[in-house]
Design a protein around this ligand. Structure first.
Ligand code: ZN
Length: 453
């Protein structure tokens, strides 16, 4: 008799210490990624995980993108090989600013108060540990899947992924090629009047910088009328930016799903989306803010530099704006908006520097259906709702979507998780709740069984 899903869940519960211990071990590898070589040093962690997997009879390979930048890929081959599910994770972490300020030493992997503490605990070694243990438990239980289950624990996410998924997509695409992938992302659950809602990021907004240069005429500050002070042009540009009304856009999938979830009949339109965001903010700040972010491009002035001397009329000014685009808003669209904003301002020019192009996978796929069933099973609840969302930040998902892999962000918290406890992602006292760690392990197991048969 093949094991049932409940048998596998029991296996997770009876071996909870092993799951928790693995996360603590992963935290103890100081895979700090400053972005300046040598950095990351993910290779020792990869070797450790490879040995743990080998002890279970699971083969894996380590692909190095640079010295000590290891990417680990493991596979549970299916009997038919299709479909293929890729569980994604990154093993690098951001630096610790002041270790003295931490409750427990940041690389100790201390287990206390139902949590595992340390840098990377929540971003995202907890999910990586859950993914590794899902493979191990499936293997131990003797489960044979029809499709391939692939684990990729990559380097370098925190500084853009050039040595991680970016490198893999370019140099080892066959190793990670899959039909579906799950990566970090998704918040919540968000309590709504009729149950709990999980957001499933199916796409990411694009991110770029607009470097705007304004030019005037220098002069001695004692005779300002001889110059053309660029500060006043800057003031005009900033006022226009403050008053700018971005086009409201409700083409993101979430807007088709929200009315049913909220029990309303009227569709969401560009005209009513702001009122909706205000209303939702009363229930959940996170959801209200997400609705605003998913319905418009943003252009936000973030850095200003002008002037070289206190007694000189400044002749040039540089204004940097952070710009976030929706998936269909291309460079021409962005240029059109900025051209309008700068219209009539003499001496204004700008250049655009892209960090990430907006991207999205379709929703309502086989993966969506399997994810819903798997989450309900792992949570033991039927009153869960799903909202396809776009994240305002970017993750490794953008690097694998171009390979044709339908990729969703989904490492959700346990339905009963203490959401008031700050996870400390990128901050002080980062920690992961053990209940969520075990929940995710079950979720990945259930998803593999459901999707890969
Ligand atoms: Zn992360």
């Amino acid at each position: 008799m093949p094991p049932t899903l409940n048998d596998l869940f029991d296996l997770v519960d009876t071996h909870a210490d092993e799951v928790v211990g693995l996360l603590a071990d992963l935290i103890r590898f100081e895979t700090v990624n400053t972005g300046i070589m040598p950095t990351g040093n993910e290779l020792p962690l990869c070797r450790y995980v490879q040995a743990r997997l080998a002890a279970e009879g699971i083969t894996s390979e380590i692909l190095c993108s640079a010295e000590n930048r290891g990417n680990l890929i493991a596979r549970l081959p299916g009997s038919r090989g299709r479909p293929r599910l890729l569980l994604m994770g990154h093993t690098d972490v951001v630096p610790v600013e002041n270790p003295e300020a931490w409750r427990y030493p940041p690389f100790s992997g201390t287990i206390a108060d139902g949590r595992v503490w340390g840098r990377g605990a929540a971003d995202m070694k907890d999910t990586v540990a859950a993914e590794i243990m899902a493979l191990i438990f499936l293997r131990r239980a003797g489960v044979t899947l029809a499709g391939d289950l692939i684990l990729a624990a990559a380097a370098d996410e925190e500084t853009g992924g050039a040595y991680g998924f970016g490198w893999l997509a370019q140099h080892a695409a066959e190793a990670i090629r899959a039909d579906y992938a799950i990566n970090e992302g998704g918040g919540g659950p968000i309590p709504l009047p009729n149950g709990l809602a999980y957001t499933v990021p199916v796409g990411e907004k694009g991110r770029l910088e607009a470097h705007i240069t304004l030019r005037g005429q220098p002069a001695h500050a004692a005779s300002p009328w001889l110059g053309d002070n660029v500060s006043f042009k800057l003031a005009e540009v900033l006022q226009r930016l403050a008053a700018w009304q971005p086009e409201r856009d409700v083409s993101a999938e979430i807007f088709a799903h929200l009315p049913a979830l909220l029990g309303r009949r009227e569709p969401i339109t560009p005209q009513n989306v702001d009122a909706l965001a205000d209303e939702l903010s009363q229930i959940s700040r996170q959801l209200g803010s997400a609705v605003r972010g998913m319905s418009r491009m943003t252009i936000v002035p973030t850095m200003i530099s002008a002037g070289v001397k206190s007694n000189s009329v400044p002749a040039a000014c540089k204004l940097v704006c952070d710009v976030r685009t929706l998936p269909h808003q291309d460079e021409a669209y962005v240029r059109g908006q900025i051209d309008t904003l700068l219209a009539g301002i003499e001496g204004a020019s700008y250049e655009l520097i892209w960090t990430a192009v907006a991207n999205a996978s379709p929703y309502d796929t086989e993966l969506t259906a399997a994810l819903r069933r798997a989450t309900a099973a792992a949570a033991g609840r039927e009153d869960l709702h799903w909202l396809p969302s776009l994240t305002t930040g970017f993750t490794d998902a953008r690097l694998v979507r171009p390979l044709g892999i339908i990729t969703y962000g989904f490492n959700p918290a346990h339905p009963a998780a203490d959401l008031t406890h700050p996870a400390g992602v990128h901050g002080t006292d980062e920690s992961a709740e053990i209940a969520t760690l075990l929940f995710r392990t079950k979720l990945f197991i259930a998803l593999a069984l459901d999707l890969l048969g």
